[in-house]
Design a protein around this ligand. Structure first.
Ligand SMILES: N[C@@H](CCC(=O)N[C@@H](CS)C(=O)NCC(=O)O)C(=O)O
Length: 218
């Protein structure tokens, strides 16, 4: 499987964590976002949304990290893997958390910190309030359950942990959300090769944000 990625991208790191949990080998192909390699025609032919990650598995080309997570478990996971069980109720909750992460938490996070780093916007304000509303919801999920979608680690945790890693990158103080903070630390110990997969990419992302260089697609 060819996996087009950049280590700084949290969405790529979530896929790499799940591939590791499933003991899958990804043929990683570095896409240098700093050089706008994602805009090259050879890449946009694969992914017209010109983003990483993209997975190519034989005749299937897939982008959107959460769709890739689901595909990997459906195709390569054990039958009825706990990461994404087949029963509709469990799946419904996992899907709800995945869509919450995609459509709300990661969106609100980007809405807040992109202007902070790239436009010199002041900290705080309405965008932070919206982000904190989403974090409050996540804290609620994790107060009622040890993991994002219930008693077991699921794809929801792998998706959300990547988003929360960006809060660490921007040095956001998670202590206001004690259940999120405790779960995040727990995931670091529990997810196979968490540090090997995340640490360097998070460091690169931190350096990039501090450089204030605006991404082309922003
Ligand atoms: N919703 C997408 C987001 C992917 C995304 O925004 N990737 C960024 C890196 S973190 C990217 O490739 N940006 C370059 C571009 O959009 O041109 C996913 O989860 O896969």
């Amino acid at each position: 499987m060819n996996f087009y990625y950049h280590p700084a991208s949290p969405y790529c790191r979530s896929v790499m964590l799940v591939a590791k949990a499933l003991n899958l080998n990804l043929n990683t192909i570095f896409v240098d976002l700093m050089k706008d390699e994602q805009l090259r025609p050879s890449y946009t032919a694969l992914n017209p949304f010109h983003c990483v990650p993209t997975l190519v598995d034989n005749d299937l080309t897939l982008w959107e990290s959460r769709a890739i997570l689901v595909y990997l478990v459906d195709k390569y996971g054990r039958t009825n893997s706990r990461l994404y069980p087949k029963d509709p109720r469990s799946r419904a909750i996992i899907n709800q958390r995945l869509f919450f992460d995609h459509g709300t938490l990661s969106e609100r996070l980007e809405d807040y910190y992109y202007p902070l780093y790239f436009d010199g916007a002041p900290a705080g304000g309405e965008k932070l309030e919206k982000l904190e509303e989403a974090l409050h919801l996540l804290d609620g999920f994790l107060t009622n359950n040890p993991y994002a979608a219930g008693p077991n680690v699921t794809l929801a945790d792998y998706s959300l942990v990547a988003t929360v890693s960006t809060l660490e990158v921007i040095e956001y103080d998670l202590s206001k959300y004690p259940a999120v903070a405790a779960w995040y630390e727990g995931c670091k110990g529990l997810m196979v090769d968490f540090h090997a997969i995340n640490d360097e990419g998070m460091e690169q992302y931190r350096a990039y944000l501090k450089s204030g260089l605006q991404p082309t697609a922003y």
